[in-house]
Structure formats: structure tokens, C-alpha cells
Design a protein. Structure first.
Length: 312
């Protein structure tokens, strides 16, 4: 069942006063993923180089939703390459493991693919019954969490090969972004319900994270202090929820249009997939946003950096 839809009218040329967006409350970008049927694009002009580079620098991976590929931006910037992932359709969420393997939510194909960091062959993560998977997260044990959006659930795939399990949750409607805090608690952007929920690592009851005025939350990411950043896509902003329970604030970023994926680099710089503006915005810790020089993006959705960063 589709719980509604979000129609986003995109301009044919550069953005300007003529831009118009129509929103119907509920399934939002998840419904857009179901309806889009652009031709497949084969990614063959680069390789997934996932191992974290030295001196704290790290590459940034960007899923280009409309172009059906994933770009890798080298540490410190430079010419991006295309990750050698075959047959992607509407890729969204991504995550890298400690060995540099890249996991991609191949949303249009209802699967998650794994692209080895050592250049080995691409594989499909063993799952059953996925319908428009979006957000991904990995815990310290290598368990993969998947926001199975159109099934209104989160599933996990343990690293030991014991098989897919549904995470106990209540009332999710098109879950989107996922994130894990330092204690292993799982956070879920509950898109249709305009909230973020927390599922304790110890199996305790689900709770709603205190937040005000969220509309269609998508991406989630934790900074080095443990503050939770939320792409508040319906309000074209990124909200910051402090770890200590202090007052909610808005990240100092302007001009966003349906922000989606979020990621932090080793220096604490925030990256935002500015979905409807076809760009990735970079916000250093000292402020001063700028657009990352990645040419040719069309609705970037997911972002990922290698794990194992020194965040302290």
C-alpha cells in the first residue's frame, strides 16, 4: 500500500523564481522512487576504492539517484570517479564497512548490493522480500540494518550469515534514513510520521526522539559530540538534536531544497545531499557553506564516508 505521494516539480533549466513544488503529505520521495523508471546506466569508468586514506582524510561517496550510479570524490576534492557497480536503479542509502566494502541500497531493484573495496566482484546481500530499501547502517559487529521503506519496517542481516531478521518496531510508515549511536542504539527517520524513533540496543521499548516541527525526515547522521543531525526535507533544512538533550537548533545552511543524505568527514565537516538542487553542500565546523565541485549530479540521495575515523 502506498500511503500517499509527494510530487516534486523540477524546473527544466536552472532554478529560479519559476520553481514550483507540490507536496502531498506522506510517502514523499519514497513514492517518487517507485514511480521513476529512467533507463539503467552502467557504471564502468571507475572502481570502488573504499580503504580510508592516511592522515585522517577520507573519500566521499555520493549516490546519484537519477543517473543510476555512485560517484567517489577523492579526499580533499578532485575529479570524481564512478564506482564500478552494475545494474543500479535509483540508488539511495550507502554505508562502508571497516574493510572498505561499499553497501548500496539499490532501491529500484529492491535489493542491497555490496561492492568490495579490493576490486572483487559485486554481490547481492542475501535478503528476502525487500520493497524500496533506502537507509543503511552497520553496527560494530558487522550487522547490516536496512530501512525496508515500502514494507514499513527495518530489517537486519547479521554478519554471521544466520539470516535476515525484522527489527521490533511500532508504527513506522516508510522508514528512511538510519543511524547508530556510539552505544549501538538504532535511530530511524520515520518519514510519513514526521518523527525520528530510537530502538535501544538492549531490546528495550522504542521511543520517539524529542524534536519539534519535523516534516518528512530523511537522512540521519551523528557528529563527533553525539549530536544527531536530521534532514528535515519537508522544511528544507537540517535540524540538530543535541546529545545532552539541549534545545533543538537548525544547522546554518541556506538554500536547501529537499535535503536527503548526510555524512561527516574525519574533520567534522558536514555534507548534505541537496536532492532537488542537484548538488552536495559542504559545511565545515567553523561554518561557511559551499557547494562541493561535483559536476553532473542529478538528485543526489545518499552519502557515505569510510568508518574508523578519529572523531575525537
Amino acid at each position: 500500500m502506498i500511503h500517499g505521494a509527494t510530487a516534486i516539480t523540477r524546473p527544466r533549466g536552472p532554478g529560479g523564481p519559476g520553481r514550483r513544488r507540490l507536496r502531498w503529505r506522506s510517502a514523499g520521495l519514497a513514492a517518487l522512487m517507485l514511480l521513476c523508471t529512467a533507463p539503467l546506466a552502467s557504471a564502468t569508468d571507475g572502481a570502488a576504492e573504499g580503504h580510508p586514506p592516511v592522515h585522517g582524510a577520507a573519500p566521499l561517496y555520493v549516490s546519484d539517484y537519477a543517473d543510476n550510479d555512485v560517484r567517489r570524490v577523492p579526499p580533499g576534492g578532485g575529479e570524481p570517479t564512478t564506482v564500478a557497480a552494475d545494474g543500479l536503479t535509483r540508488p539511495t542509502g550507502m554505508v562502508l564497512d571497516a574493510s572498505g566494502d561499499l553497501y548500496i541500497a539499490d532501491t529500484g531493484n529492491n535489493r542491497v548490493v555490496r561492492v568490495p573495496g579490493d576490486g572483487g566482484p559485486q554481490t547481492v546481500v542475501p535478503t528476502t522480500g525487500l520493497s524500496r530499501p533506502i537507509g543503511l547502517a552497520l553496527d560494530a559487529a558487522g550487522t547490516l540494518y536496512i530501512a525496508d521503506s515500502f514494507n514499513d519496517r527495518v530489517v537486519k542481516v547479521p554478519a554471521d550469515g544466520s539470516g535476515q531478521v525484522t527489527v521490533p518496531t511500532t508504527g513506522l510508515l516508510h522508514p528512511n534514513g538510519l543511524a547508530l549511536d556510539g552505544a549501538g542504539n538504532l535511530f530511524v527517520a520515520d518519514f510519513v510520521n514526521d518523527r525520528v524513533v530510537r530502538i535501544p540496543a538492549d531490546g528495550g521499548p522504542q521511543t520517539t526522539v524529542p524534536a519539534t516541527g519535523l516534516s518528512q525526515p530523511t537522512g540521519l547522521a551523528f557528529d563527533r559530540r553525539g549530536d544527531l543531525y536530521v534532514s528535515d526535507s519537508g522544511n528544507d533544512r537540517v535540524v540538530v538534536l543535541p546529545a545532552g538533550g539541549g534545545p533543538q537548533r537548525t544547522a546554518p545552511v541556506t538554500g536547501l531544497n529537499s535535503p536527503y543524505g548526510l555524512a561527516f568527514d574525519p574533520e567534522g565537516t558536514l555534507y548534505i545531499a541537496d536532492f532537488n538542487n542537484d548538488r552536495v553542500v559542504k559545511l565545515p565546523m567553523r561554518g561557511g557553506q559551499r557547494t562541493l565541485p561535483v559536476a553532473g549530479l542529478h538528485t543526489p540521495a545518499g552519502l557515505a564516508v569510510p568508518p574508523g575515523r578519529d572523531d575525537h
